[in-house]
Write a new protein. Structure first.
Length: 346
């Protein structure tokens, strides 16, 4: 399940699940919180994103498509087709209502523009970065055992896929992305021309893994920027959250947050609107909250879920409200008391 609190729609929460259903909740209503629900895809929805300033959202799903929806009516406004595998992530450019990006299990990042005309009933990507997180092979196959070259336009076989797990815009010209196996955060300049056929694109900047885990395959399940868009928090599958500064030249983490567990690619994090606190889901069934200025301090824990906590969302207009969803099929709304330095929950 993935969820998102809206800034434009006061107290409104959007949640989507693996059955393809989107639900809209009023987080202030205890008796009848469910406002609307509809089947958005005949497959799992892996991510959702609000259209900035509009009562609309985009869903990214396992049917290889993204879809644009009117939240009030549940009407489908457009379908976006181009990926060859499941879509894992979707994000809008800051303050931009028409341009968004997606990342997929096919290893591709795509940029879409709602202002462009449709072709055969679908929107097509306006830019594509192919093989964004391919992991270099340490033992390439011998020359006599040549791999069959993949047919152009066909999805790569499962064992060679290098999934893009998260994409987000740093600004209108710059993307940040993560992968499932290469352990690298990458930043891309969208003003550069990338060939859709070339599978070794050169990023603007890379932030290599600097932890101590020796597993061959390390990835990131979540990325979130602070309000200044200068620091990105990265949920790694080594049970740490790494903070990188994406403004300067330093490529090693400026802070590391530990104390939670991350054994899947569904655990996400969120930052409070005042940039003071970081909250994350966890495979230990809890929500964990760190004070960003004191990463060494153990996190505060919100207990109540009975399965892995996947997505968390801080309310953009109410600093004391946070939402969480879990594999226990519940969405919980937490009220934090922040009179002191540390948040307390109720």
């Amino acid at each position: 399940m993935h969820l998102l609190l809206g800034a434009e729609l006061q107290n409104i929460l959007a949640a989507a699940n693996e059955e393809g259903i989107v639900r809209i909740y009023n987080t202030e209503s205890h008796e009848n919180p469910l406002l609307k629900e509809w089947l958005a895809h005949e497959n799992a929805v892996f991510d959702i994103a609000w259209v900035p300033g509009e009562p609309q959202l985009v869903t990214a799903a396992g049917d290889q498509m993204a879809r644009l929806w009117d939240v009030k009516s549940g009407e489908l406004l457009g379908s976006f087709k181009g990926h060859l595998c499941s879509l894992k992530s979707v994000a809008f450019a800051p303050g931009e209502k028409a341009v968004f990006c997606t990342g997929g299990r096919d290893g591709n990042i795509m940029v879409w523009d709602i202002r462009c005309s449709q072709k055969d009933g679908f929107y097509k990507q306006v830019k594509q970065i192919s093989g964004a997180h391919n992991k270099a092979e340490s033992h390439p196959p011998p020359k006599w055992k040549k791999r069959r070259s993949s047919t152009r336009g066909m999805a790569p076989s499962v064992d060679t896929q290098q999934s893009v797990t998260v994409v987000l815009f740093r600004d209108q010209h710059t993307l940040i992305s993560s992968g499932a196996v290469d352990g690298v955060i990458k930043m891309w300049d969208l003003r550069k021309s990338y060939s859709p056929c070339r599978h070794d694109p050169v990023p603007l900047q890379t932030y290599p893994y600097s932890g101590t885990c020796t597993r061959m395959r390390l990835g990131y399940s979540g990325l979130v920027l602070d309000s200044s868009r200068s620091n990105v928090m990265c949920n790694c599958t080594d049970d740490n959250i790494y903070m990188f500064n994406v403004c300067g030249t330093k490529t090693s983490p400026v802070a590391v947050f530990s104390g939670h567990q991350n054994s899947s690619f569904y655990v996400k994090s969120t930052i409070s609107p005042d940039d003071q606190f970081l909250a994350s889901g966890s495979s230990d069934n809890n929500v964990h909250i760190w004070k960003i200025s004191d990463p060494q301090r153990p996190p505060m824990t919100l207990q109540g879920h009975s399965e892995e906590v996947t997505s968390v969302a801080w309310c953009p207009t109410d600093f004391a409200k946070i939402a969480s969803c879990s594999d226990d099929h519940t969405v919980r709304i937490w009220r934090l008391h922040r009179e002191t330095d540390d948040p307390q929950s109720s």
